[in-house]
Design a protein around this ligand. Structure first.
Ligand SMILES: NC(=O)c1ccc[n+]([C@@H]2O[C@H](COP(=O)([O-])OP(=O)(O)OC[C@H]3O[C@@H](n4cnc5c(N)ncnc54)[C@H](O)[C@@H]3O)[C@@H](O)[C@H]2O)c1
Length: 374
């Protein structure tokens, strides 16, 4: 059986990543690119032709009601994710959400309740749970390589989406205006910081408190040749409390980063220090005879092989194929909506903390997947 999938949003992430992956020959026995949808008709039509989708739509509601989908991946601006996921779930369609799942915990609660009521599967990117380097860091920390953990430093900072090579003025298919990243509901934390938040909570588990400072660095940006007013904070720094005096510092901004835009980790403890950067693990520890140790865990992600290894956004393809696997084999997703909800609460409360100048307590939680389970 082949799962009939639809894609809503034929923008940068879809054209560079999702469409090439999901139209590849080797996925056809598991997943069929049944329909694609974009409000810009020319874009939807061009992508249907280029990636051999069965149908194209300019209305999401039409795609949901007419295309006979089993699953949808939501690749529209962040501000639309909640509403579009809710519509899919209520239509009995399984959902993959590009990050973030929603903007608020209230919306996340509604989605997860509706998911359970409709008995559909939901996978929310980014699927940090499958990364071998993170699994390895967790196991090293469990074995006490750094001793008692004191602090962790992480973050995800990169220049804004106006600098993506992909977006070119002129041609409607690729002249995709990313101004929405600078409007309410956009910003680097929902877009990028979310990777660092999934990473750090994927290693340490749920956080207990957050405090933050946040603001707008550049008040105006030039996007596809036009001046755009920045309405959403583009510079946020958080402090997180994981309990037992374990604290973390996390940055997320749309500016030049520090060489590891997608969240490295620096963990300091009573007996050692561990650094995870670009998939390498480097340790200095009193617990090691050699004192210093470097390891390069496999960067292989589940479901990613052959042509998919080299295609952009392979981690999102892996998350989507995890959803397909869970549908086909009636499994519960390991990349859980509950983890995504906890991260969303951290973001929501970080902004609240910055506004009120008060530390916020976190209420939500999630279960880390057992170590070495698969
Ligand atoms: N750009 C990246 O590098 C990147 C990487 C990973 C994940 N993501 C995530 O992917 C999602 C999309 O980001 P992007 O950068 O591709 O955005 P984008 O702005 O490049 O594309 C969004 C597309 O959605 C279409 N759209 C807008 N409203 C719509 C509607 N109501 N119905 C159907 N289509 C609609 C737009 O016309 C546009 O083609 C976001 O959640 C983002 O966080 C982006």
């Amino acid at each position: 059986m082949s799962i009939r999938i639809g894609i809503v949003g034929c923008g940068s992430v879809s054209q560079r990543g999702l469409l090439p992956h999901l139209s590849a020959e080797d996925v056809k026995d598991k997943v069929r690119l049944a329909a694609i949808c974009d409000v810009v008709e020319e874009r939807a039509k061009a992508c249907k032709e280029r990636f051999n989708a069965d149908e194209w739509y300019s209305s999401y509601e039409d795609m949901l009601s007419k295309a006979g989908l089993d699953a949808v991946t939501i690749a529209t601006p962040i501000q639309l994710h909640y509403e579009q996921a809710l519509k899919a779930i209520r239509a009995g369609v399984h959902v993959h959400l590009n990050k973030p799942m929603t903007l608020t915990v209230e919306e996340a609660d509604t989605l997860l309740n509706e998911r359970d009521r409709a008995e559909v599967k939901l996978v929310a990117s980014p699927g940090i749970a499958f990364r071998k380097d993170i699994e390895r860091v967790r196991s090293m920390l469990k074995d006490g390589i750094v001793g008692k953990i004191y602090w962790v430093r992480t973050g995800a900072t990169a220049e804004g989406h106006e600098y993506e090579d992909f977006r070119k003025p002129g041609d409607l298919v690729v002249a995709i205006d990313p101004s929405w990243y600078y409007k309410r509901g956009g910003g680097p934390v929902y877009d990028m910081g979310i990777y660092a938040l999934h990473l750090i909570t994927g290693v340490l588990g749920p956080a207990m408190r957050v405090t933050a400072m946040s603001g707008i660095g550049l008040k105006r940006r030039i996007i596809l040749g036009k001046e755009v007013e920045v309405e959403m904070d583009d510079n946020t720094v958080m402090l997180l409390d994981f309990g037992d005096s374990i604290f973390a510092l996390l940055h997320s901004a749309f500016c030049m980063g520090d060489g590891e835009p997608f969240s490295g980790l620096h963990i300091a403890g009573s007996d050692g220090v561990l650094k995870l950067e670009h998939g390498h693990i480097e340790v200095w520890s009193r617990k090691l005879e050699s004192w210093h140790y470097i390891e390069e865990p496999s960067s292989r992600l589940p479901y990613v092989s052959g042509v998919h290894v080299k295609l952009p956004e392979a981690h999102i393809y892996s998350d989507i194929m995890h959803l397909i696997d869970c549908i086909l084999n009636d499994k519960e997703p390991v990349i859980s909506g509950e983890h995504a909800r906890h991260v969303i609460e951290i973001i929501e409360k970080a902004y609240l903390s910055a506004k009120t100048e008060k530390t916020q307590h976190l209420q939500t939680s999630f279960q880390l997947k057992p170590l070495k389970e698969w």
